[in-house]
Design a protein. Structure first.
Length: 111
């Protein structure tokens, strides 16, 4: 019996929660890195062209990259939540819609 428990433990992925946590942490890190790379690009453009406003082009690129990273993470999580919503045990919206139909029977118009 102990061997079957060990087999179940070995089959379950132990590293999955660590990967999910690192993925969540990587969003914050990627935002910082994107902005820092943008600042670096801006500094490089400023030093090459000797025009001060080109620095802000790089900063804008970095901020845009950070926003894009957030949007991609949001889209990924939204797809996961949509899949969960399709499962019967998480179908709260359908239950709420059914409750609203019951409330219509007892509204003031029907008395």
């Amino acid at each position: 019996m102990a061997s079957t428990e060990n087999e179940k433990e070995s089959k379950t992925p132990r590293i999955k929660p660590i990967i999910e946590a690192a993925d969540s942490l990587s969003l914050g890190i990627s935002m910082v890195v994107a902005v820092l790379m943008g600042v670096g690009i801006g500094w490089l453009l400023k030093s090459l062209t000797e025009v001060s406003w080109t620095f802000w082009i790089g900063v804008s690129i970095g901020i845009a990259a950070a926003i894009l990273n957030v949007y991609k993470a949001y889209s990924k999580q939204y797809k996961v939540f949509e899949e969960l919503a399709k499962e019967p045990r998480y179908a709260i919206k359908k239950q709420l819609d059914d409750d609203e139909d019951d409330d219509d029977e007892y509204s003031q118009k029907n008395y």
